[in-house]
Design a protein around this ligand. Structure first.
Ligand SMILES: NC(=O)c1ccc[n+]([C@@H]2O[C@H](COP(=O)([O-])OP(=O)(O)OC[C@H]3O[C@@H](n4cnc5c(N)ncnc54)[C@H](OP(=O)(O)O)[C@@H]3O)[C@@H](O)[C@H]2O)c1
Length: 248
């Protein structure tokens, strides 16, 4: 079984199946983060070389099912995995955490994508808090007249906005420290992806407490027709059931 990881969900699935004597699970990481949180069990690191490379890898490693537990914004690997599993005629499913629900007191401005978010930011504030991961920061390089606070695990790649302060940190974060951070830096707008999950929800609660607008970047579309589970538990059960079925 191949679990495409790089998320807490991927690690949870791997941990749940680590002791299974029937299942041989390998988790794949892209190798983006310098010091990743390591899943239990077998792990491989690095790209496969597109959908075709992945199909070859699945074949060579006699993979019987693919669970895509990557981040909701990792759209390319999801599409590749869907295509490669179909090419190899093996079951494919997605484990995807639900997006955060908007609650009373939340002021959210939906953005279609990062470029759209970059257009919205200067209309909303002068001191934006950019928490969209290091890979997307360059989308904001052309935004002038604002002073960004940027937080990411590793330093952003690509062009940076002309005025910014960078904080390197990895969640989970708590509400108290998020409120303190936003106050300390005079944040007037928060920019985030619609990632969902507990690890980074504190910034949403902090923005609500401080009555700050949040630019919420929408998720890319998932492949149509793919089996989708919203928890590592149900996704792990699916892998076990696939093993026990005719495919196993
Ligand atoms: N995007 C985010 O906001 C975000 C946030 C947190 C964690 N992550 C994690 O970081 C990783 C990369 O994200 P991304 O947005 O750069 O992905 P992406 O744009 O969907 O994928 C780009 C390429 O990276 C390789 N890749 C991605 N995930 C992989 C995996 N789990 N194992 C092996 N190769 C992988 C593939 O290369 P080849 O075509 O060569 O196979 C893929 O075509 C993912 O595993 C994701 O779960 C992403």
């Amino acid at each position: 079984m191949l679990v495409l990881g790089g998320t807490g969900e991927g690690r949870e699935v791997a941990a749940r199946l680590a002791d299974s004597s029937d299942l041989d699970v390998v988790t794949s990481l892209a190798g983006r983060v310098r010091d990743p949180r390591w899943p239990e069990g077998e792990v491989r690191v690095g790209g496969f070389g597109g959908a075709e490379g992945l199909a070859e890898w699945l074949h060579e490693n006699s993979i019987q099912a693919v669970l895509d537990a990557t981040h909701p914004f990792a759209a390319r690997i999801t599409a590749n995995a869907h295509q490669a599993a179909a090419a190899c005629s093996i079951p494919f499913a997605i484990c995807r955490r639900p997006p955060w629900p908007q609650r009373d007191g939340d002021t959210w401005l939906p953005a279609r994508d990062l470029d759209h978010a970059a257009e919205l930011v200067p209309t909303l504030g002068r001191r934006p808090f950019l928490t969209i991961g290091r890979q997307g920061v360059s989308a904001f390089a052309g935004v002038h007249g604002v002073d960004f606070l940027i937080r990411s695990i590793d330093p952003p790649s690509g062009e940076m906005p002309e005025s910014s302060t960078l904080i390197l940190a990895r969640g989970p974060f708590d509400v108290e420290s998020e409120v303190a951070l936003m106050r300390r830096h005079d944040i007037d707008v928060v920019v985030t992806k619609s990632s969902g999950g507990d690890q980074t929800y504190a910034k949403i609660v902090a923005a609500r407490a401080l009555k700050l607008p949040v630019v919420m970047v929408s998720r890319p579309l998932a492949p149509t027709g793919a089996h989708t589970f919203d928890s590592p538990d149900t996704a792990a059960q699916w892998l076990e059931s696939v093993r026990g079925s005719e495919h196993g």
